[in-house]
Design a protein. Structure first.
Length: 221
């Protein structure tokens, strides 16, 4: 199991590192300003000193630059803390079992599914299509849906070849189609990461989904 963080531009919940990148330049400007002000005070003409108003403006600029340096330091520290918090939240996903609507990766063994059907249906059909969109199986399914073990057998009674299949439950009232829902699978999460599109989860089958696609989440047995 592995947790990755994604690209630098999205590290720490999408917080950019602009504050950290700009800090050295501002610190340099701050030190240069301080040196210039000191040299000016040491070398000013006693017969023509700097006007008090101009001196006050320079001191105000000095204070502004100092505050900016401190602000950038605080933002940099805050960004590091948010990044650590983000990794801690990602850690909570790994090892959990997520239920989501997914194509079925079939390897010859029965696949546990969860079917969602429409209320009032008088017939429910489990429809299976291969990766080319061809229907390879259409069989009756429980009216109430729920847990269903798909054996991966075609309409000809022969086992289907290993591959990826689209499985859905179609609910009918007579001949009228009430609704169609992709089958749901419960799979263990093996990796979580932050991407530009949000939190991405890699499942034990190698399939990848967004955190917003998770229908249910539970502890793995």
């Amino acid at each position: 199991m592995e947790i990755t963080q994604g690209s630098p531009s999205t590290r720490g919940f999408g917080q950019p590192d602009a504050g950290t990148a700009g800090s050295p330049a501002i610190s340099s400007d701050f030190e240069t300003f301080l040196k210039m002000l000191t040299v000016q005070m040491q070398n000013q003409d006693p017969l023509n000193p700097v006007e008090s108003a101009d001196f006050a403006v320079q001191l105000a600029q000095f204070s502004t630059v100092e505050q900016q340096v401190r602000t950038n330091d605080i933002l940099s520290s805050l960004g590091d803390r948010l990044g650590a918090l983000g990794m801690g939240q990602l850690l909570g996903w790994v090892g959990m079992t997520a239920r989501a609507e997914l194509p079925v990766k079939f390897d010859g063994a029965p696949v546990p599914l969860t079917l969602r059907t429409e209320p009032g249906a008088t017939e429910v059909r489990l429809v299976v299509e291969d990766e080319y969109g061809r229907t390879v199986q259409s069989v009756a399914a429980p009216l109430r849906g729920g847990a269903f073990d798909w054996a991966g057998v075609g309409d000809n009674g022969q086992p289907l070849p290993p591959g990826t299949y689209a499985v859905r439950a179609e609910s009918y009232s007579g001949e009228a189609l009430l609704g169609s829902h992709p089958a749901e699978q419960s799979l263990r999460i093996v990796e979580a990461r932050n991407d530009a599109d949000g939190t991405r989860l890699v499942l034990e089958t190698g399939q990848e989904i967004g955190a917003e696609e998770v229908i249910a989440l539970r502890q793995s047995k």
